[in-house]
Ligand binder design. Structure first.
Ligand SMILES: Nc1ncnc2c1ncn2[C@@H]1O[C@H](COP(=O)(O)OP(=O)(O)OP(=O)(O)O)[C@@H](O)[C@H]1O
Length: 265
């Protein structure tokens, strides 16, 4: 179980995440919604360690993660999408995924192991690429991929880690109508594994309605609603004050935008 306790960050005088205490259970997909600037991405950054909290703590399976680096948190089981800028832009799509699989397998520098495991690693890397419908792009350099493919590759790399917790920050943002279903299908598949905890920041209300087992609402950095999706969506306070949409409305919760630099998932 992932847990935040009184998690808080201040930027100067502005409290972007304000004492958020919340538990996320395995087998549950929790959607995190709220208006632009509510603190959703910042909350993710505090959990994954990209930002250092002003106060409060993060626990995963009882282990305190506060103070650990993002990579140490990844080792502990937190899965936040890679930023492609951290990859090898001139290596191919397949080579990048194979490196991710290899890193998790801890093959190390034994030349014999690398050679003998090569076929198996390639097979696993290809299977991951197939799951994001990118096997046909395996030989392309990562740097030359269009935006939608880059986002799909981020998800393939995340799956290579096989984390306990999957954190998706607007996973289909900027994708075409053809591409988005690939990612949504993958999330549907991941949900079937009851050992995984999934967090999803998402503006698209129809996606939230379909995928979420639970919704939490942040506004001005504060947790203002938490519960069953239908109840949270229907609650007058959320409808009127925070979402600004009518019950039947399928419009986004707020306007999608480009994620902040250094904070994309
Ligand atoms: N590194 C930073 N320095 C200063 N202020 C920041 C920083 N990161 C975020 N903020 C501020 O914190 C607040 C929360 O931003 P955040 O991006 O977390 O909101 P969000 O809910 O993810 O919004 P959106 O839906 O637009 O993505 C905003 O007022 C933002 O300007």
């Amino acid at each position: 179980m992932l847990e935040t306790r009184d998690l808080t960050i201040r930027f100067g005088g502005h409290v972007a995440v304000n004492a958020v205490t919340c538990r996320f259970e395995p087998g549950t997909l929790t959607a995190i919604v709220g208006p632009n600037g509510a603190g959703k991405t910042t909350y993710f950054n505090l959990i994954s360690g990209q930002l250092k909290a002003s106060s409060g703590s993060v626990y995963l399976g009882g282990q305190e993660l506060s103070g650990l680096s993002p990579s140490a948190r990844t080792k502990a089981g937190l899965g936040r999408a890679f930023q492609l800028t951290n990859l090898f832009p001139n290596l191919s799509v397949l080579e990048n995924v194979r490196l991710a699989v290899q890193a998790v397998e801890n093959v190390g520098l034994s030349l014999f192991r690398i050679w003998s495991d090569h076929t198996e690693l390639t097979r696993r890397a290809l299977a991951l690429l197939e799951s994001v419908a990118m096997a046909d792009k395996q030989h392309m350099p990562v740097a030359s991929l269009p935006h939608g493919d880059q986002r799909k590759l981020e998800v393939a790399l995340l799956m290579a880690l096989d984390p306990k917790v999957y954190m998706f920050d607007e996973p289909t943002a900027g994708m075409s109508h053809d591409e988005a279903p690939v990612i949504l299908n993958l999330i549907r598949e991941l949900k079937k594994d009851r050992t995984k905890t999934i967090l999803l920041v998402e503006h698209k209300m129809d996606v939230v309605r379909e995928l979420a087992d639970r919704i939490i609402v942040l506004t001005n950095g504060t947790l203002v609603a938490d519960g069953d999706p239908a109840e949270v969506i229907a609650s007058p306070v959320v409808q009127e004050a925070y979402l600004g949409v009518s019950k039947e409305d399928e419009k986004p919760l707020s306007h999608p935008h480009t994620p902040h630099q250094g904070a994309s998932a």
